[in-house]
Design a protein. Structure first.
Ligand SMILES: Nc1ncnc2c1ncn2[C@@H]1O[C@H](COP(=O)(O)OP(=O)(O)O)[C@@H](O)[C@H]1O
Ligand SMILES: [Mg+2]
Length: 342
């Protein structure tokens, strides 16, 4: 498609499709302020559906009708970019891009598959010369490990079923206790940090913005602060360029006093702390703004390290009331701004 094909007669930018939107009201509403936004989630009680222009329930991801449904939707709504907000359909969207030309903003299916499986991710990072903590499968000699270790699901998310084991006996117990394939990884010491990155359509890193992870709940970062840490910016850009990540990614690391920086999780989608980079980027350079431009076929110059650090953010819950037909009533439990801003 040429650039001219992407902008329609009214000069409207292409629509953005977000899948598995769940509770990510912040992400959906940022896109909806910039472009026509379509939100997909099977649950009518997924709050973020109600931040979009169009909301719909797709077939289950495992259903062969899932990709044809999205394909038809992309044509009808003139979608210029599809962004998954969970891990569940990243690989499928990558395949849909490779085989059917859907505009999924995700890395290659190979990278999507490897980063969904934390053991495969460890092997891939190591092969590329990127730092990953010592990690083995449970069949390895567990007496040879440096303890403590973390026993964690290979395909975990939201910090589900992750256990610290101080001895080989504890590690063996958790390996048999967790009812899914697991791996055993050195328990990292020191602070846990994240780097929120964006890659362009060719998998070139556009920006990498590090932040502290002061508190997480259910796998989502709820308190943090963007920091100016050159080592993390450089590592984030190196991971993005090596994996050729198209679209957003969050890279989690620990700075271990003994091992230095090591990567414990790579999520090739927007992560929990979306507001971190949203506050820190220069005007006009937020990740949603750049994505809307890329969806319209505009090239973006890499500007790795351009952001303003230093402002902490803290997140909280809010809610919507729906009527009997599941339409938002627009009622707030408290109208207006808090006292300080009235
Ligand atoms: N090797 C490790 N050492 C110490 N803590 C870890 C390690 N791996 C994971 N954790 C802790 O568990 C949390 C969730 O693990 P993570 O690998 O990010 O999986 P996911 O977010 O996909 O559930 C991390 O944020 C971190 O606090
Ligand atoms: Mg994680």
């Amino acid at each position: 498609m040429s650039e001219a094909d992407l902008i329609d007669a009214d000069g409207e930018p292409p629509a953005i499709l977000l899948t598995g939107v769940g509770k990510r009201y912040d992400i959906v509403s940022c896109f909806a302020a910039l472009a026509r936004t379509v939100a997909a989630d099977p649950s009518p009680l997924a709050p973020a559906l109600y931040a979009a222009h169009v909301r719909l329930a797709p077939p289950p991801i495992a259903d062969p009708a899932y990709v044809p449904f999205l394909e038809e939707l992309c044509e009808r709504e003139r979608v210029g970019a599809i962004l998954p907000l969970t891990d569940l359909d990243i690989e499928l969207l990558a395949l849909a891009r490779e085989q059917r030309g859907l505009p999924s903003l995700v890395p290659s299916s190979e990278v999507a598959r490897a980063t969904y499986d934390k053991y495969e991710a460890h092997l891939l990072l190591t092969r590329l010369g990127l730092p990953s903590p010592p990690t083995v499968l449970p069949a390895a000699d567990l007496s040879a490990l440096h303890y403590p270790v973390m026993v964690k699901p290979r395909r975990g998310s939201g910090a589900r079923s992750i256990h610290l084991a101080r001895t080989r006996a504890e590690a063996e117990f958790f390996v048999s206790y967790i009812e899914e394939p697991v791996m055993v990884q050195r328990a990292m010491q020191g602070p846990e940090l994240s780097i929120d990155c964006l890659g362009d359509m060719d998998g070139r890193c556009l920006n990498a913005i590090p932040r502290t992870m002061l508190e997480s709940r259910g796998g989502e970062s709820i308190k943090g602060c963007v920091i100016d840490d050159r080592e993390l910016i450089e590592l984030g850009a190196r991971v993005m360029d090596s994996l050729r990540v198209r679209g957003p990614a969050t890279i989690q690391v620990f700075r271990d006093p003994e091992l230095g920086l090591a990567i414990t999780d790579v999520n090739t989608r927007f992560g929990g702390a979306f507001p971190g980079p949203a506050y820190a980027t220069d005007p006009g350079m937020s990740y949603p703004e750049l994505i809307v431009q890329m969806a319209a076929g505009e090239p973006i110059e890499p500007h790795v390290g351009r952001f303003t650090p230093g402002h902490p953010f803290t997140r909280y819950y809010w809610q919507l009331e729906l009527d009997e037909q599941m339409r938002p009533t627009g009622r707030e439990i408290v109208p207006g701004d808090p006292p300080e801003r009235r």
